[in-house]
Write a protein that binds this ligand. Structure first.
Ligand SMILES: [Zn+2]
Length: 308
């Protein structure tokens, strides 16, 4: 068994306005770096068509209808100040969900040791009833609920190391003790949530990082807050909301991580998945806006997933 990688050409067809950081070139940079011989053992699979009904696992029907109605026939429309949609955005978002759910199937049915989903748009800012922060639907939240419904997972942990707080994931699971949400993120920074005092029903663990900090504070937050919470929770599945915008080159934030930190954090979660989750680990791309920082970080992350 090896690491599986889901991609799909439609992920390049979700278009954002000129100069927008969340752009198709992000996936092209990832594709180029994973073309290297070092990744020849990756099990590359085209993402399946998503099942639209699974969007309802995390969002109400009227919200889903509102997003569908907002998709333009041509051009690009604004959903909010940062979030936009183009004609193929619906298909891209639903295919991202299809890939994440298929990844859950793969790790529960033994088709892959672990899985990385290189999709866009990202998802962790999408709240139950609000699309925001470049996100339309909350892919990680849907995949967690999918694991519970389809594979009888009792407890799912979502670990979010994107530099922005995943307000959407927190919102969706705020009063749901069957899902643990752990986030490291810069604070203060968009979207403004993610204080340590936000704990849900004891299932939300926020580890805010001060601007200009780096490897040491990140690893300390992981060791002192994230990993002990996972150990206490003993999840049946770990999902990573894998944003790479805490990299020191990233233009949207001021945290100074390197590729080595993502390698290390990946290793820690592989270890926890081995201890608690039957090795079941699914990683979903979120942010990461410097193309070189993103590509090198994804290479370190996927390389570590492949080592197992
Ligand atoms: Zn981010």
């Amino acid at each position: 068994m090896t690491t599986r990688l889901y991609t799909h050409p439609v992920f390049l067809e979700h278009l954002t306005p000129p100069g927008h950081p969340e752009r198709p070139d992000r996936l092209r940079a990832i594709e180029r770096v994973l073309d290297d011989e070092a990744f020849s053992a990756l099990d590359r699979v085209k993402a399946p068509e998503g099942d639209e009904a699974t969007i309802l696992y995390a969002h109400p029907e009227d919200f889903v209808a509102r997003i569908r109605a907002a998709i333009p026939e041509s051009g690009i429309v604004s959903i909010d100040a940062d979030t936009s949609a183009s004609p193929k955005s619906w298909q891209a978002a639903v295919t991202a969900i299809g890939a994440a759910n298929a990844a859950v199937d793969d790790v529960f049915e033994g088709r892959a040791a672990n899985v990385f989903v290189a999709a866009r748009p990202p998802g962790h800012h999408a709240e139950k009833t609000t699309a925001m922060g470049f996100c339309l639907f909350n892919t990680a939240a849907i995949a967690a609920r999918y694991a519970q419904k389809k594979h009888q997972a009792e407890r799912v942990a979502i670990v979010d190391w994107d530099v922005h707080h995943g307000n959407g994931t927190q919102d969706i699971f705020w009063d749901d003790p069957s899902v643990l949400y752990c986030s490291t993120h810069q604070m203060p920074l968009y979207p403004g949530t993610g204080a340590k005092s936000e704990t849900g029903v004891g299932n939300i663990v926020n580890a805010p990082l001060a601007p200009s900090t780096g490897s040491e504070t990140f690893r300390d937050a992981f060791l002192s807050r994230v990993l002990p919470s996972i150990d206490a929770f003993a999840p049946d599945l770990i999902i990573i909301s894998a944003g790479f915008d805490a990299h020191h080159r990233d233009p949207l934030a001021e945290i100074n991580l390197t590729e080595d930190d993502f390698d290390w954090a990946t290793g820690q979660l592989i270890d926890r998945a081995g201890r608690h989750s039957g090795n079941r680990l699914v990683s979903l791309l979120e942010g990461g806006y410097d193309l070189q920082g993103l590509a090198f970080s994804v290479a370190a992350h996927v390389g570590r997933l492949m080592k197992g």
